[in-house]
Design a protein around this ligand. Structure first.
Ligand code: SAM
Length: 299
């Protein structure tokens, strides 16, 4: 997954072709602009006010992609972080935002056989990749699977995103006072039973494909986020969960004070209609499948 997505030359996210948008492979909520940007900014503004409007307030965005949120975040110091650019500043006050960042991090795959989690590895045969079962998983993966999933089930496929808790650790280390707001699709430990075959998925030209080993470098590959892993890794380092809810709920709260007037305010009737459609997509289309996790770190 790491090579297919991030190889410097052939990786899906490193090639020159733009994977986003109509002529790409997928849309994210972040591309539903300007409404998504305006509502997320309204949500951050509420948090900024609750913190007493600190003079230095920085918004860091992990996996900023095309930088679609730059305009919405212009009232604060904004640091977009991408694979080859940006980074978490030291000891800052503010908020770490991400949308569909954690689902793009490479995972280890395992299957439960007997008393062991065994590695699902990728072999190459007759010029094609295929899955093959290897030996027991490394200790770190075993620990992750035991901590973040219910009791093991025979034959079930598991994914361990070791990078996710590492990112939580980085956030906790660099954020002195503020929030982490993570938007993504995924499950909690209690909901994990819904995915006995795991959650790996490939995307090409707006079609979801389960065969993730085909067309390496040409397809996006994602794995649903284990929110329990994010919450527990955060909690262990002083990032306390304040809210965990649907994205729709978060956006509704952000639009509540002015009944969405600011987000829908456009002089042109066609633009007004476009924004209404965007709001509908965000609340009813994406809002129920995506989750928003808000964590707080205090000085
Ligand atoms: C699915 S895209 C989402 C982009 C954008 N947030 C959006 O919603 O449209 C995931 C992004 O995370 C970035 N990414 C993946 N691993 C990263 C890493 N280790 N550091 C920084 N960015 C990373 C990818 O390059 C990609 O742009």
């Amino acid at each position: 997954m790491e090579t297919a997505l991030y190889h410097p030359e052939y990786g899906y996210y490193r090639r020159r072709r733009d994977p986003f948008g109509k002529s790409g492979d997928f849309f994210t909520a972040e591309q539903v602009q300007p409404v998504f940007g305006l509502l997320v900014a309204a949500c951050i503004r509420q948090l900024y006010r609750e913190m007493g409007e600190p003079r230095e307030f920085t918004v860091v965005e992990l996996g900023a992609g095309r930088g679609e949120m730059a305009e919405a975040f212009r009232e604060w110091r904004y640091i977009p972080v991408e694979i080859d650019s940006g980074g978490l500043p030291n000891g800052f006050v503010g908020l770490v935002f991400s949308n569909e960042f954690f689902d793009a991090l490479p995972v280890d795959v395992a299957v439960r056989e007997g008393e062991a989690f065994r590695e699902q590895q990728v072999a190459c045969e007759d010029g094609r990749f295929r899955w093959t079962t290897g030996g027991p998983v490394p200790a770190e993966v075993e620990r992750y699977l035991r901590d973040c999933f219910p009791s093991p089930e025979q034959g079930r496929w598991y994914e361990a995103s070791l990078e996710a808790p590492r990112w939580m650790e980085r956030i906790a280390r660099s954020l002195e006072d503020g929030y982490a707001l993570t938007i993504d699709y995924g499950y909690t430990r209690g909901e994990a039973a819904r995915f006995p075959a795991g959650t790996l998925m490939g995307y090409r030209r707006h079609t979801a494909r389960e065969a993730v080993l085909e067309e390496p470098g040409e397809r996006d590959i994602t794995a649903h986020v284990n929110f329990t892993a994010l919450q527990e890794a955060g909690a262990a380092r002083g990032l306390r969960t304040e809210r965990f809810e649907t994205l729709a709920r978060t956006l509704l709260r952000a639009g509540e004070p002015d009944q969405f007037a600011a987000a829908l305010n456009a002089s042109e009737p066609r633009e007004q209609l476009r924004r209404r459609m965007q709001l509908k997509t965000l609340l009813f289309g994406m809002g129920e499948t995506f989750r928003a996790l808000l964590q707080r770190r205090r000085r």
